[in-house]
Write a new protein. Sequence first.
Length: 124
Amino acid sequence: MTGSINTGGAGYGSFMGQSVDNTSNLVRFAFAGDSKLDAKVDLTDFTYLAANFNGTNKNWLQGDYNYDGKTDLTDFTFLASNFNQSLPASSSASMGATVPEPAMIGALGCVGLLGRARRRRRVR
């Protein structure tokens, strides 16, 4: 799941080694329930959800993990299912991490289809 926070003056100075201001949108892979996007779901994340529970017009930082605008029992269930989970170090690496090119996905798909076609020819 990808979590995102619009900082909107939230007092951030840096995020994953990059400077941010009140116009920044922070995005990274995260467990549902990781309000702070710090790669772990813990008591601090629960506190964000609890402070906004049964509220409307909420965002990820405020516990709305399914982006429906409400912090409710569904969001609590997401947090509870991931409580005490952490992303591996490779997933929480700096923003300079290597990202595969989009064309690579297509190339891998073609390789898979060719292998499948080859297998069909052998069966006949």
